[in-house]
Structures are given as structure tokens and as C-alpha cells.
Design a protein. Structure first.
Length: 689
């Protein structure tokens, strides 16, 4: 359900008895209307054990449905009922509707809809292909050349397969006509539309919009119905679009007349709202019609492309895991993906599982060690050897797009641009603290890229400050972070607090600060243990020796465990009580912080750079100055002091993380950056900073 000031309706219409009988999980997306309403829906969800996805503003119906479905997918759901707040449905009815779609995942289903007086208000509806007029009616084969079927969004049942292929509801409609568009896109993609004539729900139509005691609709109703009739035409009318536009005065009048003629005296503003909506729609009407989508793949066969993905490492750390989500989005969109890595490693099998082909092509990686004369000479030698190999790999794959993951992969940026291939670079670095000349050298390879993807506002600011010309090419797409399906609550009783550090063993990630914080806690009488999950880059073995020497010097061997590298982090998070992210320098984002929230584990994190964005809005995250071990120890003590409240708050924080970092949102946004000329411009624009 999408809520906008309708918590009382939801409480009355979706009873606990109906939910229990349906066997359904309930997810409410709250589009902010007022502080009082936000408090009311939070209380209702807490009382009934529902999942709440909160939005800072009113994002509209389509966006609300998408956020709710994405959160439900993360919670394990595969079939969905989009239900209006003013719809009353019996639990057994919902269960039977869901069972039908589970048996036929390619079917989208709506029951008969009646109002509270038992009058039928929906049993199948059609839209005129040439004018956008709406009428009651239904043609089971949906092959009428003049009228096309569509299903009401008041109670709409569909599968995750349908949702993934269609990319969810269109969000630029904001209100009304999303269900018409969703129905028609589904039919064109090969899915079936069906009315369950032996099932019914009660819908007092317009219960969240109509003025009490009046047949007239709200001004919002008139504005968006008049506007979105024309928005719909941009996507779905391939014939005489001029005729469609010329019918606007007549159809806009018909929309206004749904509220009756008396409203001219009682609510004259409706006329102006209808006229403004029609004018807005006509302005939108001039846009280019986006490409069609095909069943199961998300794009037509003609739109399918080959994407060469160049990545500098075969490991499974932060940027490596984000790459997997990028590849998954490309494959879901119907594209062929070839991933090129420098060597074999744990990432290879995961890429293949996500549908990518994998080839090997060694190439140098840009690191700060190249700033020394010896390092620079070695870099030049390795680059000269790598260039012909990279050109050959690009040529053999016949790639349409080169997707370069991280700026350290500079050879591929140059090769792609020189070959005339579109180059997109996913930037995972944000070196604000580095000297200006160092930053300019590090980011200079990006000047040859056509498009940049960055994962935080902080990262974009660093790029813009370094090379202002790059700002216009950059799009912010926050990382998609998959979480565990069913995380456990933190332990209730803590005889010895279990701390966990996850990440590369390097000075910038701060494991040395975590060790010092542990020493402080132990010195103050707190029983504690620190697990360090991660390994070093080649050449950084000296740093691990320093960490182990510190442990020996202070007699911490019984309180510290070096776990090494593990491809899966969730079992270690499940065994932890508190996660430490003590980075000492700038981070572009902070996947580990999000993973802690998804695993329902409280967090102590450095208050710097992109970590501030990654940890923003969570009640169980404590932010401390970078490199301040005493502040980390104090934050741990603060969490333990309020442990009962913290344990309860972890569930809410997990829901927030699911909504903000759902992989499905990330995947669609990432693919939209690859093909800007063929992607829906309104969809892509949502992610532009």
C-alpha cells in the first residue's frame, strides 16, 4: 500500500484478521504528508508488525509502489498485491488471487471491484488507442484495433518476473494512469491481463481524493488525469499522434464531467486544474517515444547490446560486489556481458553465476606508488605491454559499450576511446584529502570517458573540484547492496561484546584504530573481542605484520581473531554484536556500513566523506571523528548503555536500508546510464545530481 495521509483508512480496511487469513507480508510506503500522519503510520505499522518504507516527500503512486515492491523482494516476496488504502479486501480473497498468479507468473490479475453499495465499478476497462478515451468493457483476446484492455491499480496482483521485466511502474505519472501504462506495457511485452470474475473487493472509489459529500473530484484528480492521458500517448500511440492531440479538448472535458456539472458552481477550480493538466500534457507530448520492451528480457532484440566490463581485480570486496549488481542489471536488461579480469579469483565464478562471460587480460592498475620515479617507469612498461592485449580483447568481443569499473583501470579508458566505443566509467574513488596535483593525475584518465557513474554526492563534489568539466558527465547512482534474507536480532545479553571489522587490511581502512579502541575498552574493564575480516593488497604484507605485532605487544591475542578473507560476510555479521567502520581517510561511499544495517547490527562509523551518506538516517549508527580510537570506544559504550532500545531499532534501520539500497533500483539506474539515447529520459533523469 502507498500511504498519503490515509493511515485511518488503512487501519480500517486492512484488518489484522484479513492479513492473517491472506498469509501476506504487508509493506506500507509512506509518502510524507505531515509529521502527525508520519507518526500515525509508524505506530500502526509497529502495532501490526508491518514493514514501513518512509519517503522524505510525496514521490507519487508509481514511485511508492516501486519502493514497496523492492523492499518486499528484499524480504523474500515473489508475488505482490498493490492495494489502495480505500480498498477493503477479505483475506481469503487476497490469498486466492496470489495463488493464481503464483501458478501463472506471466498473468497480471485484478478482481471485480464494487463500491460499498455493492455497485460494480470495475469489471474490465478499456482505453481508446487513438484518443485516450476510457470506457467500461473487456475483450479477452485484447486484439481490438481501436480499444485496448487495462487493469485497475486499486487491487493489482503481479509476479516479480513481471515487475523486473517492466522495470516497475512509471514514476513520472505521479498520480493516475500508472495502471493503464503498466497494463499496456505488460501486454506489449507478452504478459496476459486477466479479470478474476469470481473474486471481489470493495472500493469506495476516490476515497483518498474526493471531497466529502460531493461527486466532484479533487483538483489533483483533474490535473493528472488530463495531463497523463497525453503522457500515456507518448509511450503507446504509434499512429496518428496529431489526431490524439487534437482530441484533447473533448477528452479533457469528459474528464472534468466525471465530477458532474454542478461543480462549476461549487468547485470552479476544477476547470482550471483540468486545463492546466492538458496544457502540461501537450508540452510533454512532443517528446520522443522510447523503445518497446520484449518479454523476459526487458529490451527488444534490436536493442540488445554487447557490453565489455573491465575490472581490475578478481576479489570480492566492496567495488567487486557492486560490480556483480551492475552485471546483473545488464543481463536482466537483455544485454550480452563479457567481463575482463587481470587473472583468476573468487569473482570469476560469481560473474558467471550472474550471466557474464569471463576472459582474462592482464593490465596495470593506477596506484600512488606510480608517483615515484621507479614506480612510474614500471607503470609505463606494463602499460605498453597491456595496450595491444586490451585492443584485441575489445575488438574480439565486438563491444558496443565499454564499462570500466574504478578509475584505477586507466588502460581500458584509453583503449575504449581510441576504438570509438562508448566508454562509461563507474567511479568508486573519492580522494579529497590528496594533494591537488595528485588528484588531477588520478582523475585525468576520466577525461576520455563519455559518461561517469558515481555512488555519492561526496564523490561527485571531489570530481567536480578536481576537473570541473567532468561534472556534466557524472550521474549519481547509490550502490545497490543485497542483504541476508532473514537476519537475526542482536543478542540480548552481552557477557563479552563481539566487535567486527570488515575490509581490506590497509591503513586507510583503519583496522589499527579498531585495535586501539579494543585496547581502551579492555583497559576500562569492558570484556570485548575483535574479529578482523579481510586480507591485504599484494605489497601491503608489512601492514598486517604491524597489526599482529600490536596484538602481541599489548597481550591481545585472546581478544583478537584475524579471520582472513571470506567471500561471504553474513555469517560473521550474524556472530557480531557491533560493527566498526573506522576509515581514516576519505571514502566515496561505504558498503560495509549498509551491510551492517541490512544484517541488523549497530554500527560505529567514521564521520567523514561518503561514509556520512552511507550511514545517514539510521538510529543504530554512531558517528565518530576519523582516527579517534577513544571516540570509537565511547560510541561502543553508548550503544551498550542503550542496548535494549538499540536491539529494537535495528529492525527499522534494516527496512530503511532495504528501501534505499534495493539492488533492483540500482540495476535499473545503472543500465539507464549506459544507453542514454534509448533509455526512458524521465527514468534516467531521476538519478542525475
Amino acid at each position: 500500500m502507498v500511504n498519503y495521509g490515509a493511515s485511518a483508512l488503512i487501519a480500517a480496511n486492512l484488518t489484522p484478521q484479513a492479513v492473517q487469513a491472506s498469509g501476506c507480508l504487508v509493506v506500507i510506503t509512506d509518502n510524507f504528508s505531515s509529521a502527525g500522519e508520519r507518526d500515525a503510520i509508524q505506530r500502526l505499522c509497529a502495532e501490526r508488525g508491518w514493514h514501513l518504507v518512509s519517503s522524505a516527500g510525496n514521490d507519487g503512486f508509481g514511485a511508492g509502489v516501486n519502493r514497496g515492491v523492492e523492499a518486499a523482494i528484499a524480504l523474500g516476496a515473489t508475488t505482490f498485491v498493490a492495494l489502495n488504502p480505500d480498498v477493503e479486501a477479505r483475506g481469503p480473497t487476497l490469498r486466492r488471487l496470489v495463488e493464481r498468479v503464483e501458478q501463472s507468473p506471466s498473468c497480471i490479475l485484478t478482481p471485480i471491484i464494487k463500491d460499498s453499495s455493492k455497485r460494480v465499478v470495475f469489471e474490465g476497462t478499456q482505453v481508446n488507442r487513438g484518443t485516450g478515451a476510457i470506457r467500461r468493457g473487456w475483450r479477452p483476446d485484447d486484439d481490438d484495433p481501436e480499444w485496448a484492455n487495462w487493469l485497475s491499480g486499486a487491487c493489482l496482483v503481479f509476479s516479480d518476473r513481471v515487475f523486473r521485466v517492466l522495470g516497475g511502474f512509471r514514476e513520472d505519472y505521479f498520480l493516475y494512469w500508472e495502471d493503464v501504462d503498466f497494463s499496456r506495457r505488460a501486454a506489449e511485452a507478452g504478459f496476459s491481463l486477466s479479470v478474476a470474475r469470481d473474486e471481489q473487493v470493495i472500493h469506495d472509489e476516490g476515497g483518498t481524493q474526493r471531497k466529502s459529500g460531493s461527486r466532484a473530484k479533487s483538483d489533483l484528480y483533474y490535473y493528472y488525469n488530463a495531463r497523463n492521458r497525453l503522457v500515456f500517448a507518448v509511450d503507446h500511440v504509434s499512429g496518428d499522434r496529431l489526431h490524439f492531440a487534437l482530441s484533447t479538448p473533448r477528452e479533457s472535458l469528459a474528464i472534468w464531467l466525471r465530477g458532474g456539472r454542478r461543480q462549476l458552481l461549487t468547485q470552479p477550480s476544477g476547470v482550471w486544474a483540468t486545463a492546466k493538466g492538458a496544457a502540461s500534457g501537450l508540452l510533454y507530448f512532443g517528446r520522443t517515444r522510447p523503445p518497446r520492451m520484449a518479454p523476459d528480457r526487458g529490451v527488444s532484440a534490436e536493442a540488445s547490446r554487447t557490453i565489455l566490463v573491465a575490472h581490475p581485480s578478481p576479489d570480492l570486496y566492496g567495488s567487486d560486489r557492486v560490480l556483480l549488481e551492475s552485471v546483473a542489471g545488464m543481463v536482466e536488461a537483455g544485454h550480452r556481458v563479457v567481463a575482463v579480469l587481470p587473472q583468476d579469483g573468487p569473482l570469476v565464478l560469481e560473474l558467471q553465476r550472474h550471466g557474464a562471460e569471463v576472459v582474462f587480460c592482464p593490465a596495470p592498475v593506477l596506484r600512488k606508488s606510480a608517483l615515484s620515479p621507479t614506480g612510474f617507469a614500471r607503470l609505463l612498461k606494463e602499460t605498453a605491454a597491456a595496450l595491444p592485449r586490451a585492443r584485441r580483447a575489445l575488438r574480439e568481443t565486438s563491444a558496443d559499450v565499454l564499462f570500466v569499473n574504478t578509475i584505477t583501470n586507466f588502460v581500458w579508458l584509453a583503449v575504449g576511446r581510441s576504438a570509438g566505443v562508448r566508454v562509461v566509467c563507474h567511479v568508486h574513488e573519492a580522494e579529497r584529502s590528496a594533494a591537488t596535483l595528485v588528484r588531477k593525475g588520478l582523475y585525468a584518465p576520466l577525461l576520455v570517458a563519455h559518461q561517469l557513474v558515481v555512488n555519492s554526492s561526496f564523490g561527485l563534489r571531489v570530481i567536480a573540484d578536481t576537473w570541473p568539466a567532468l561534472a556534466k558527465r557524472a550521474t549519481i547512482v547509490m550502490n545497490g547492496v543485497p542483504g541476508p534474507t532473514s537476519p537475526s536480532l542482536p543478542r540480548a545479553e552481552l557477557d563479552e561484546v563481539q566487535l567486527l571489522f570488515i575490509g581490506r587490511l590497509s591503513p586507510r581502512k583503519g583496522p589499527q584504530v579498531a585495535l586501539e579502541a579494543l585496547r581502551i575498552l579492555l583497559g576500562e574493564g569492558r570484556r570485548a573481542h575483535l574479529s578482523i575480516l579481510g586480507a591485504v593488497f599484494e605489497g601491503y604484507e608489512w601492514f598486517e605484520r604491524e597489526l599482529r605485532d600490536f596484538v602481541d605487544a599489548y597481550g591481545l591475542s585472546d581478544n583478537v581473531t584475524f579471520l582472513g578473507f571470506h567471500p561471504e560476510v553474513w555469517e560473521h555479521l550474524d556472530s557480531a554484536d557491533i560493527v566498526l567502520v573506522p576509515s581514516t581517510v576519505d571514502e566515496p561511499f561505504g558498503n560495509t556500513a549498509v551491510e551492517a544495517m541490512l544484517a541488523q547490527r549497530p554500527l560505529v562509523v567514521s564521520a567523514t566523506s561518503g561514509l556520512l551518506e552511507a550511514a545517514d538516517g539510521y538510529d543504530t549508527a554512531r558517528r565518530v571523528p576519523p582516527s579517534d580510537a577513544r571516540a570509537i570506544a565511547g560510541a561502543v559504550e553508548d550503544l551498550l548503555k542503550h542496548w535494549g532500545d538499540v536491539r529494537r531499532q535495528t529492525e527499522t534501520d534494516r527496512e530503511r536500508a532495504l528501501a534505499k539500497h534495493a539492488p533492483s533500483v540500482y540495476r535499473r539506474a545503472l543500465v539507464a546510464c549506459l544507453f542514454p539515447n534509448s533509455a526512458d529520459p524521465m527514468e534516467a533523469a531521476r538519478y542525475v545530481a
